[in-house]
Structures are given as C-alpha cells and as structure tokens.
Design a binder for this molecule. Structure first.
Ligand code: DSN
Length: 423
C-alpha cells in the first residue's frame, strides 16, 4: 500500500487485535480468504438490481457470485429454495431490520370520516425486547428509526429469573396486537423458545421475525436451536458467531403472501442502491467455511467455553444475569447494587470494569443489565462472549485462566463510580 499513514494504522490495529484477549460478544476474526474476497476488484462494480435483472451492463460474473451466496446461505441453514428466499444485499444488520419493517409493516392509511375523506398514516407496532433487557436498537427503540417511524411495544424479562416470561409476553401481545413480534437479542444469554414465540405471534395475529445475529454461527453449527421452522422472517448479521465480513442476510418464507418480493423491493430500490458485491463474495466464502465439520466443532467449542467461563466466574462470586448461559454470551452484574458480596465480588460499575479489563489486555463492553438503575454510559454490568477467542483456538483450560484474570482485575478496581441510582 502506498498510503503509508493508513498502512501503518492498519498494521497497528492488526497488532492490537493479536495482543488482546477479545471477549466482545459480537466480534470475531475472519479467515484470510474472507479478507481476500472483501478486498477484491468486485468493489469496483455497480450492480443495482438482482441476479439476471440489473440496471448496468457487465454483471455476468457478479450475478454468478451473488447466486452462489444465495445458494450457500439456504444450504447452510438446510432451507428448501422453494420454501425460503434469502436477500443477501442488506449492508448490515440495522438496514436489514429496517428493510423488513419497511416492506412488511408500513404505516396503515386510515381515511378520516368527514366531507373531504382526508387520509392519515398510522404507524404499525413492533413488539421487541427492550434494549435494557437485552434487545437491539432496531427492535423498535426510540432512538432508532425503527422507534421513530414505528411504535415499539417493548417486552422485558422476568424480574426473578431474568429470562423471558412467555405468559406475560403472550398477554401483552394479545392486548397490544403488534404487526410484528421480534424474537432476538444482543445481550440475552439464554435460549429462546422459538415454538412458543410462534404460538404467541399466532395468538396476536402478528408476523414473527427472528433476529439471530448473535447466534447465527451457533445455529449453523447445530449448537443453538434453529428458528426457521417457526419464523416468517429471519434476519442475521454475518460477522458475529458466523465469522464472516460485516454484512447481513434476510431469510423470508416464500408463500402466497409474497413477503419475499416485498422485502427485495424494500432493500433495492427502497433503501439501498448498488449492492457491495465484494462483501457478498466474502459472505459466500464465510458461508462455505461455516458448512464444514470444523465449523461445527467450533460452534460446539464456543458454547463449551462460555459454559466454563460462566461457571468459573460464578464460583468466584460474580452474579451472572439469569445465572448462566446457553450460548456464547454472558452478562455479568459487576455492580451488584454497589456492594461486594460475601465472596468479595461486586461494587464495580460497568464502565470501571470495562476500563480496568482493557488496561489488563481484556476487551469487553459495558452493558446495561435488566432493570438497571445506572445510566447507559456507565451501567451495572459487562457483556462478554467467547466467539472470537474460540476462533483463535482457545479451549476450556484457557477460559479458566481468563476467568481468573477477570476476577483478579475486577477485585483490584477501587473507588467504583458512586451513583445515585437515577438514570
Ligand atoms: N453492536 C452489536 C452488538 O454488539 O451486539 C449489535 O448491533
């Protein structure tokens, strides 16, 4: 690279990535092949449209690449192409979710009674897990476009179990009648009962969308139940446990409702222009990698490592949200109401915990816990995950060491930020 300034910064970032223990639950390390596809000449090509239906010439190769990506995505998740469609053009997770709502639950036109029959647009309702209980901004949170143009009906976790209370969820869904129910998370460590979510969506006459961004790699490797038998739409990013480049996939059932056609139209021309075909090629490479036996072993190991990490941290006195994990993800209540418990664990704010761990070479993110009384910028917990370090070959014994180091580091944090308890 001739641009020495950027070259040096890339080299420095490469070194940083190698040096740290990366426990950010949404990150991973891609293969050299994925990087090669991402940095290829495909970035030069405009390809507005879909394979076989493009607005520019010269797309015969790109058509093949996008078609391979589509085939591989369906095959990886064992989906019959006559029953499922996949759009591979969404640039990332947030645009993918926005495309689903734009396509399937646009505002409803209501004609006002009166002489001039004026029409008003009434926003539809998205029922999603609230952000501070582990949901995502794009599940209808007010700071996201999905909460500005739609109305969120948030559901939370049970205060005692810190897991989804399906009875309460059903009651709320039937009362609120959302147009769509979103099942999925960024900070919920447990399995979701997809069949139950389907039942609830049916009772509320809502569509069921699963956002499996965090767990896509685990689903592909058989380490987390697949949502496909139950969902109408499944969205996912491709760069978390799936270990691909930053991008997203939107799977949608093919049937008489023609949701697939609506989604394709919402992605292009509705929300996006030319697809990033270099990114699509890199996704295709990652999808092939994820179909290997090695990847299945990887997915199993990710969950085994998370289980060990959770067990070790719990044994050292740290309170884990919901008591543990069924996935790659663990949420720790480092604050513990501002107090150390009988094992001496607690009293550390999420920001102080994250800063202290970073100084000792462990990268995590601060995270709100359910019913958090602290502010989002310095919440009560941290979120950790095992996907990235498992890619680097770490096993249970390594995660025992990591748990020890986390514990030692957090215990050394003194003067945790006092907080009044008001957000
Ligand atoms: N930022 C991602 C995460 O960390 O979970 C979700 O978009």
């Amino acid at each position: 690279m001739k641009d020495t300034q950027i070259k040096k910064l890339i080299e420095t970032e490469k070194k940083r990535q190698k040096k740290v223990v990366n426990l950010i639950a949404s990150e991973n390390y891609v293969s050299k092949d994925v990087l090669e596809a991402l940095g290829s000449e495909l970035t030069n090509k405009y390809a507005e449209g879909y394979p076989g239906k493009r607005y520019y010439g010269g797309n015969e190769i790109v058509d093949k690449i996008e078609s391979v990506c589509i085939e591989r995505a369906l095959k990886l998740f064992k989906l019959d192409p006559t029953e499922w469609h996949v759009n591979v053009q969404a640039l990332s997770g947030s645009p993918a979710n926005l495309a689903v709502y734009t396509a399937l639950i646009p505002p409803k036109k209501i004609v006002l009674p009166g002489a001039d029959n004026a029409e008003v647009l009434v926003p539809s309702k998205i029922m999603g897990m609230s952000l501070d209980h582990g949901g995502h901004l794009t599940h209808g949170h007010k700071v996201s476009a999905t909460g500005k143009f739609w109305i969120q009906v948030p559901y939370g976790l049970d205060a005692t179990t810190e897991m989804i209370n399906y009875d309460l969820l059903r009651e709320l869904a039937i009362k609120e009648k959302p147009a769509i129910i979103v099942a999925g998370f960024t900070a919920y460590p447990r399995r979701i009962d997809w069949a139950m979510m389907r039942e609830i969506a049916d009772a509320a006459e809502a569509l069921l969308m699963v956002d499996m961004s965090h767990i896509a790699g685990l689903v592909a490797g058989g380490a987390y139940p697949a949502p496909f038998p139950y969902a109408d739409i499944v969205t996912t990013t491709t760069h978390k446990t799936l270990r691909g480049p930053r991008s997203a996939l939107i799977f949608v059932k093919r049937d008489a409702r023609e949701l697939d056609k609506k989604i394709d139209r919402a992605v292009f021309p509705g929300l996006q222009g030319g697809p990033h075909e270099n990114q699509i090629a890199a996704v295709a490479v990652a999808l092939k990698e994820a179909s290997s036996l090695n990847f299945k072993k990887y997915a199993d190991q990710v969950v085994k490592n998370a289980t060990v990490l959770a067990t070790e941290l719990h044994a050292r006195g740290w309170r884990l949200i919901s008591g543990g994990t069924d996935s790659h993800l663990i949420l720790i209540d480092t604050w513990n109401d501002g107090k150390k418990n009988e094992k001496g664990a607690g009293g550390v704010s999420g920001k102080d915990a994250s800063d202290a761990l970073e100084k000792s070479g462990i990268i995590v993110n601060k995270n709100a816990i359910p019913f958090d009384v602290r502010p989002p910028a310095d919440p009560s917990g941290i979120r950790i995950g095992t996907a990235a370090e498992t890619t680097r070959g770490r096993k249970e014994k390594d995660f025992k060491m990591i748990a020890k180091k986390i514990d030692e580091t957090l215990r050394k944090v003194s003067g945790a930020t006092a907080h009044t308890g008001k957000k």
